[in-house]
Ligand binder design. Structure first.
Ligand code: NAD
Length: 251
């Protein structure tokens, strides 16, 4: 194995091609979206109760004021960074067949990724808490205080997984099916501590996949299931890794 982890990761990804990408909050940090934990993390500013479904249902007006200002006004202005673009390019090249993200910010799709599984849902859709209505977060819907369903007038929620809610069935099934069938799992921007999402790379590893990790800090995966650890920011490492993969595929 090449002692340079980027070279070594590129060798493996270019040879196997059957790549599953697994991302967390860290890949959006360079787009200006803070992670949950650590310096500058959301937990230092917002009480985690805010993400409890019971709290949301009991205090919809107050919750929606925060949701609107943090998620839609602030995060809504953020654009994909070099890491999002590199992940999308890997899919376009036929190297990555699936991307499982714990993120809710829609930036993978904005970068051009198509096969995205949103494990924790998305801010890109509002869902009625009573009827079957689901639709994009238009300016008109978001203007309501709190936003209400255009069909039945009940409370709308962003279609994200709050604490106390289950993972969407399709996301759960497809993520684990992809983990079972990949040959390489590229993990980036996650502490690997959020259950059950963190079991996706564990499943890939158990089924024989090679796990490559890109993170400026070690995670719960490092030293356990990570085969190749690349220390650094996703926005800096991913374009370099992509170039190395391209070189090998052109040979
Ligand atoms: P986390 O907040 O617990 O940890 C962030 C991880 O990203 C850490 O391991 C950190 O070392 C790493 N990191 C920081 N900067 C990085 C960079 N530039 N490049 C690569 N890695 C970097 O995140 P988590 O493990 O994903 O768990 C938090 C939960 O909250 C997840 O469900 C997550 O998706 C969600 N969340 C989502 C967003 C978003 O949609 N952008 C933002 C905050 C939290």
């Amino acid at each position: 194995m090449n002692p340079d982890p980027i070279q070594s990761a590129a060798d493996i990804i270019a040879e196997k091609k059957n790549l599953l990408i697994f991302t967390g909050a860290g890949v959006s940090v360079e787009s200006g979206i803070p992670p949950f934990r650590g310096a500058g993390g959301l937990w230092n500013k917002v009480n985690p109760d805010f993400f409890e479904i019971d709290h949301f249902m009991r205090h919809p007006v107050e919750s929606w004021e925060r949701i609107r200002s943090i998620f839609y006004d602030l995060w809504g202005k953020c654009a994909p960074n070099a890491a999002h673009l590199a992940f999308a390019e890997l899919e376009k090249m036929g190297v990555a067949f699936s991307l499982v993200t714990q993120n809710i910010d829609n930036l993978h799709q904005a970068a051009g990724s198509k096969n995205v599984i949103e494990f924790h849902g998305t801010l890109g859709r509002l869902r009625c808490t009573r009827c079957s209505f689901a639709g994009p977060p238009t300016r008109d819907l978001l203007a309501g205080n709190p936003p209400s369903c255009p069909k039945c007038a009940a409370l709308l929620k962003p279609d994200i997984v709050f604490f106390g809610e289950g993972i969407p069935e399709h996301a759960m099934d497809q993520s684990f099916a992809d983990a079972e069938s990949c040959s390489v799992c590229l993990v980036s921007g996650t502490t690997g501590e959020v259950m059950p999402a963190c079991m996706v790379p564990h499943t890939a590893k158990r089924r024989g996949a090679i796990v490559i990790e890109v993170n400026p800090e070690e995670s719960a995966f490092t030293g356990h299931i990570t085969d190749i650890y690349i220390r650094g920011k996703a926005g800096e490492i991913m374009p370099r890794l992509l170039e190395e993969i391209k070189k090998r595929l052109a040979e």
